[in-house]
Design a binder for this molecule. Structure first.
Ligand code: RP5
Length: 192
């Protein structure tokens, strides 16, 4: 009989340990960023965002789903984003750029829109389509082709609940400022 109790105690303690470790990983697992582009012709802009996310070691996924050509797939991705551990979505599109807005319509996870330059209208078309969202469905729109800033903004959103990311952001700001001061010193010296 004592052996049965010992086995039960052993099993119980293993279950408790498993539960505790699950709680821990659920609390501390870093949220990921989803990048969605309307066409693979937007890849050069997506790559700018990918490079920054890699630099900060933020997990990410990259997809090609169009608001017009594959609306159901784009909507499903956005709809499941929160339960799939996504902390921010980046929507990249050119021309009649409805992608970021269409994603935002299906989730309350923050959506960042990147309007892309097009041959015809230089990106002003996409900028207005992305930025002019109706009240209630916000999209944080960055500059035309602004892949790096979109990723930085996504990381800043995640950093609200992540001190390590916040420290990395501070370090990058300081490093960027140092580079500008170095350039300033070189220019000042040249024109003395
Ligand atoms: C948008 O139309 C895409 O995001 C892309 O920027 C633009 C042109 O798409 P493709 O014709 O190159 O596929 O939907």
């Amino acid at each position: 009989m004592p052996t049965v109790w010992a086995h039960l105690f052993f099993l119980g303690s293993r279950c408790a340990l498993f539960w505790l470790s699950k709680q821990y990983t659920e609390v501390y697992e870093m949220k990921k960023v989803i990048i969605v582009m309307g066409s693979d012709s937007d890849l050069p802009i997506a790559e700018k965002a990918v490079n920054v996310l890699k630099e900060f070691e933020v997990p990410f996924e990259v997809h090609v789903y169009s608001a017009h050509r594959t609306p159901a797939e784009a909507a499903e991705l956005a709809q499941n984003a929160r339960k799939n551990g996504v902390g921010a979505i980046i929507g990249i599109a050119g021309m009649a750029a409805h992608l970021a807005g269409a994603l935002a319509a299906k989730t309350t996870v923050p959506v960042i829109g990147i309007p892309c330059k097009s041959a015809g209208l230089g990106g002003l078309d996409a900028l207005l389509s992305t930025v002019q969202m109706p009240s209630g469905i916000p999209v944080a729109t960055v500059a035309i082709d602004g892949g790096a800033n979109a990723a930085l903004l996504a990381i800043q959103i995640l950093s609200v609940g992540d001190d390590v990311l916040a420290e990395k952001l501070d370090a990058k700001r300081a490093a960027d400022a140092a580079k500008v001061l170095e350039k300033n010193a070189a220019v000042e010296a040249r024109f003395q």
